[in-house]
Design a protein around this ligand. Structure first.
Ligand code: G3H
Ligand code: 13P
Ligand code: ZN
Length: 341
């Protein structure tokens, strides 16, 4: 099965009232973890790669690994999505390489940390929508900025500094025609999101509900949605790590989002924690081992477990066989006919 457009997966998720996890990858083991979890839970999947991941994998390794995934897991509708594209050029190169979905994150300037103006965001997003839709490729955009800067995407400071303004969100969707909209509701990327279990003062689900009320047809995206489970933190710390106590986004809050328009849920940190914990365990318990498979296999298994759990919690489990993929050319035709109408 060829890679599928993200728009189709999100439209189906909206029909079925469920969310879809978008999991970040950099290497073969992470792709294998996701595909195995998808097979086990019969889930459609969104595999996403950041600019850093593209550089790490020299793009071509990533591309061919994803081709292997579609060959080995033909029953799984699989999207390859660019996470946090920082400019139209980055999105263009991703589309040329075969990504079936791109994020144009125009909420920040190309440096990935300076908040941009509304006008700039509209302009670059529109440019990418035009270019991507001509090829049937999906576009995610972002309005409002996430907090933190741990992994190079975010404007630093507090997650509450640049919350999405619902008025602007409404205007932005009208002006750009994006397929999915990432919103800022107080979360940050990375492990250190909240210093206590988040309540409505720091995790603004009310903002999400208001945006969904105004844009009921728009597929919403939650970034920074790792739950940072204490069990995963404990494994790392037990085996020589030193994570400070921290809290992520509780799964029940994500589920509330999913009942209110959230169709894509971005998770990277939880998988990083699972992988690192598993590797640390082998290193501490069996210091005589030196075959990378001895620690990469448990790492792969640990990530698969987290991904499968999220697939069930987000509701995508069981939906892999619901529909036939629409080829990108057909998607492009659809976009053209909407533009003419
Ligand atoms: O939002 C960012 C993702 O967690 C990917 O991070 O840029 O370190 O690959 P990265
Ligand atoms: P986490 O750091 O919470 O996993 O968020 C990942 C993300 O939003 C990728 O775009
Ligand atoms: Zn993100």
């Amino acid at each position: 099965m060829a890679l599928v457009s993200m728009r189709q997966l999100l439209d189906e998720a909206a029909k079925g009232g469920y969310g879809i996890g978008a999991f970040n990858v950099n290497n073969m083991e992470q792709i294998q973890s996701i595909m195995e979890a998808a097979r086990e839970t019969k889930s459609p999947v969104i595999v996403q790669a950041s600019r850093g991941a593209r550089a790490y994998s020299q793009d071509r390794f990533l591309y061919h690994l994803m081709m292997a995934a579609t060959e080995l897991y033909p029953e799984i509708p699989t999207v390859l999505h660019l996470d946090h594209g920082n400019s139209p050029e980055t999105c263009k190169s991703a589309i040329e390489m075969g990504f079936t979905s791109v994020m144009m994150d125009g909420s920040l300037m190309p440096d990935g940390k300076t908040p941009s103006s509304f006008e700039y965001n509209v302009q670059v997003t529109k440019e990418v929508v035009e270019m991507a839709h001509a090829k049937g490729v999906t576009v995610e955009a972002e309005i409002g900025c996430l907090g933190g800067i741990e992994d190079g995407h975010g404007m630093g400071g507090d997650g509450l500094d640049h919350l999405t303004d619902p008025d602007q969100a409404e205007e932005f969707v009208k002006l750009t025609g994006c397929d999915a909209l990432a919103i800022a509701i107080g979360t940050s990327h990375g492990a250190y999101k909240f210093s206590r279990k988040p309540d409505g003062d720091v995790l603004k689900m009310d903002v999400l509900l208001e945006i969904h009320r105004r844009l009921p047809e728009t597929h919403l995206v939650m970034h920074g949605s790792s739950s940072v489970p204490k069990e995963l933190q404990d494994i790392i710390n037990k085996y020589g790590g030193s994570l400070k106590p921290t809290f992520g986004v509780p799964v029940e809050e994500i589920q509330l989002g999913i009942r209110n328009g959230v169709r894509k849920v971005n998770v990277d940190t939880d998988n990083r924690l699972a992988i690192t914990g598993a590797i640390r365990k082998v290193f501490m318990e069996s210091p005589e081992k030196f075959d990378p498979r001895d620690y990469l296999k448990p790492a792969r298994e640990a990530m698969k477990k987290v991904v499968a759990e999220r697939m069930v919690q987000f509701g995508q489990a069981g939906h892999a066989g619901d529909y036939k993929p629409i080829p990108l050319e057909k998607m492009a035709e659809r976009y053209r006919s909407i533009a003419v109408a």
